[in-house]
Write a protein that binds this ligand. Structure first.
Ligand code: GRG
Length: 298
């Protein structure tokens, strides 16, 4: 990763984490609050939040102005991402004991509290955006993009398809796998980008190009996730590796092999970077982030 991107990520991750730590307070249940804070503040790359910020700033010519008005949106998105990880780790889902290098929330507390902490993060994530100071007309569009990314056409559907495949172990095609990845992971990444673009007042041409960027980095991100499950180092990745093979998950390496999967991810990143070259935005950091997506170790 370049120094510029590294500094950008570190500085803004700190901003996001401090903000979440400040606002995630007060619940009628101390235990619930503790589990929610554990789930959302226990590490993580903050990729979705950073995509909102990076896109907003790229469209706005790197302006530092108005970052504060984005923070509730970024935090809301990160709450919802964290809740998806908490639920994903539960025994009835992917059944993983570790997340972000620490015991999964249901291991640190118990399954019931983890379930409730996830539910509450989802509710509070939406509430954060609902109570933000965005203009009403923008706010409604932001909420719609978010809900579309996680509901019956998004993450929940993707997770259901994933579980269905694993249970039935039917033979599958790359197209079917792309549909699962698209719903489970990619739409959330695309819509985080679109949310940043929308708040920045991007033109329809810019939004379209950024959407193509998101689709490409999103799929490359998920393919890299599949590759890291085979080649990653557990202590850097922060979660159990080899789960996909153990559970006979449908993945890119399973369908194409490791080398072809890496090649595909690389091609997607080239396409992603090309798509945002000529749309009159400050695209350098978004381009660098695209490279980081496939070179990351965690
Ligand atoms: C949204 C209501 C609602 C329910 C969630 C459990 C579930 C339903 C969905 C699971 C979705 C899931 C876990 C997708 C995997 C996405 C993925 C690759 C996560 C890892 O993301 P990173 O690497 O994580 O950005 P960090 O830890 O860096 O934040």
């Amino acid at each position: 990763m370049t120094n510029t991107l590294n500094n950008y990520i570190n500085q803004n991750k700190l901003l996001i984490n401090n903000y979440i730590s400040d606002i995630l307070q007060n619940s009628s249940s101390e235990l619930l609050l503790e589990a929610m804070r554990y789930a959302v503040l226990n590490g993580g790359k903050r990729l979705r939040g950073l995509l909102v910020l990076l896109t907003f700033q790229a469209v706005n010519n790197n302006s530092q102005e108005n970052i504060n008005k984005l923070l509730p949106v970024i935090a809301g998105i990160e709450y919802i991402h964290a809740m998806s990880l908490v639920h994903d780790d539960l025994p009835c889902m992917d059944n993983d004991d570790y997340r972000r290098g620490k015991p999964a929330t249901h291991k640190q507390y118990n399954e019931a509290i983890a379930l409730l902490a996830g539910d509450t993060l989802l509710i509070e994530g939406i509430a954060l955006i609902n109570n933000s100071e965005l203009e009403n007309n923008i706010k409604i569009q932001v909420l719609n993009l978010l809900l579309q990314a996680i509901g019956k056409t998004g993450m929940c559907a993707g997770q259901a398809l994933d579980l269905e495949y694993t249970e039935n172990n039917t033979s599958s095609t790359v197209q079917e796998l792309n549909n699962i990845h698209q719903a489970k992971t990619v739409i959330f990444l695309i819509n985080s980008i679109k949310i940043g673009a929308l708040i920045a007042g991007a033109s329809p041409v810019q939004v379209k190009a950024l959407e193509i960027y998101g689709k490409n980095i999103g799929l490359a991100f998920q393919i890299t996730d599949d590759i890291l499950d085979i080649e990653g180092q557990e202590e850097i990745l922060g979660k159990t590796i080899g789960k996909d093979i153990e559970q006979d998950k449908l993945t890119y390496p399973k369908l194409l092999g490791l080398e072809k999967s890496k090649q595909k991810a690389q091609e997607l990143i080239v396409e992603a970077k090309d798509s945002i070259k000529n749309i009159n935005i400050k695209s350098e950091l978004l381009s660098e982030l695209a490279d980081y997506i496939i070179n990351r170790k965690s």
